[in-house]
Design a protein around this ligand. Structure first.
Ligand SMILES: *Cc1c(COP(=O)(O)O)cnc(C)c1O
Length: 435
């Protein structure tokens, strides 16, 4: 070994920080100045007519999305959370309806169900893709099940063929949360365009950003109209529109402003080249790391490409004889950013454990229109719990600003730490004794 681990006082494998910030170029700056100069910071008015659908920048962003994703409709909003809510509403979810969702996702993928007084039912994840496992979806279906929220996690698509087959069989609505996988392809089709509605996020931590923002895509005009109404105070608009069977709408202000949309248009133009690059970085890293004892590189399941928004490896503590936490500590000391696990399984959050939703009655969980009892318990989804608490290490390193040299640094740090396991074992033992 010779060099000595940085954790134990040796030199770091890498001294430069990793750049995980989104790219904001002169095009975005110019577009913002132009939007400001026009004086029209939002084009939305809550009445039928042209301004019902917002300003010119919002409309252009939506058109760009329709073109790239080959969909008929795109509805931009102030966040992907708003889009998820609009999608669940458009799906017709209401009190007493169950919606199956993965517990390993950003909380809003499940909260959007509660927003419509639906009941989230959590299905376990697949241990290769970390996305929802179709086999467990089947087990969780009841006569109350109305929809599935699928999340394409970390940059790779869930098993959509299986999921769409289940949906067809049981007449279920499918919402694809593609916030982490814009441009990821599943068997020749873009993630987010396979189910009934797909959603994308532009928040700060995603590949392309408007600060805050999101967009929903679909091919069905009724679904698009429903989401447009929900976005823009639909309850005062729908009565003045000539729509047959006007949908029941509780409207919100989920509108995107012109400055955000102007930024979004230029961010979106960068997407394609960015994901080609992150995909190459990820496969390069996997080539170099695969075969190292004690870790497993991300599996890319058949028919998928992976854009590696998050590079997720599995750490085998029982093989290595040190804890994941100590391994992470050593890796971080070498200059590689990362963390153990993603978010804890959502059903462990107090809103599910305490079943307190709205008001004092515990709706929607205890809603008489549901008329059933739902339990959320530790152990509900064993795979997600093992992945989260024991195995997963997430590395935000395959980012657009990074190069293959940076990947070599990551590889160097892994090899250094994995090559010094005996020292780490001794260190772990010493810490245990002195506690
Ligand atoms: C970020 C994210 C969201 C929410 O996006 P916002 O735009 O912040 O509302 C939803 N789902 C997933 C999987 C996400 O990663």
């Amino acid at each position: 070994m010779g060099e000595g681990l940085a954790l134990l006082g040796g030199p770091r494998a890498r001294n430069k920080p990793f750049d995980t910030l989104p790219k904001i170029g002169p095009e975005e700056k110019k577009a913002v100045m132009e939007a400001l100069a026009g004086g029209m910071l939002s084009g939305f008015i809550a009445q039928p007519g042209d301004s019902f659908l917002g300003g010119s920048e919002v409309k252009e962003l939506e058109e760009e999305f329709c073109r790239y994703f080959k969909v008929k409709f795109a509805v931009a909003m102030n966040s992907a959370t708003s889009c998820l809510h609009a999608a669940v509403s458009a799906a017709g979810i209401g009190p007493g309806d169950e919606v199956i969702v993965t517990p390993y996702t950003m909380s809003a993928s499940a909260t959007c169900i509660l927003m419509q007084n639906g009941i989230p039912v959590f299905a376990d994840i697949d241990e290769d893709t970390f996305c929802i496992d179709p086999k467990d979806i089947r087990r969780k279906i009841t006569k109350n099940t109305k929809a599935i929220v699928v999340v394409h996690l970390f940059g790779q698509s869930a098993d959509m063929d299986e999921i769409m087959a289940i949906a067809k069989e049981h007449d279920l609505f499918v919402i694809e949360d593609a916030a982490q996988a814009p441009g990821a392809v599943y068997k020749g089709r873009l993630a987010g365009t396979i189910g009934d509605i797909g959603i994308f996020s532009f928040n700060q931590h995603k590949l392309i950003t408007t600060g805050e923002g999101g967009i929903a895509v679909c091919n069905n005009p009724d679904l698009a109209l429903h989401m447009q109404l929900l976005r823009n105070h639909g309850e005062v608009v729908v009565g003045k529109m000539e729509v047959k069977d006007a949908p029941p709408i509780v409207g919100y202000n989920y509108r995107m402003n012109e400055i955000e949309a102007a930024i979004g248009i230029h961010q979106f133009k960068r997407l394609d080249s960015m994901i080609r690059h992150t995909e190459r970085l990820g496969s390069y890293l996997s080539d170099k790391l695969s075969g190292l004892e004690g870790i497993e590189v991300p599996r890319v399941s058949e028919g998928n490409n992976h854009i590696y928004l998050v590079y997720a490896i599995k750490f085998k503590a029982e093989i290595m004889g040190i804890s994941r936490e100590l391994f992470m500590e050593a890796l971080k000391a070498e200059g590689v950013p990362g963390g153990g696990g993603y978010v804890r399984p959502i059903y462990e959050e107090p809103i599910y454990q305490g079943q307190k939703g709205y008001g004092q009655q515990g709706c929607p969980f205890k809603c008489p229109l549901y008329g059933k009892e739902i339990r959320y318990q530790k152990g509900d989804c064993p795979v997600v719990e093992r992945m989260h608490y024991k195995e997963l290490i997430l590395l935000p390193v395959c980012r657009p600003a990074q190069t293959f040299n940076d990947m070599d640094d990551v590889v160097g740090a892994f090899k250094k730490v994995l090559g010094s396991i005996d020292e780490l074992k001794a260190y772990q033992e010493e810490k245990r004794v002195h506690r």
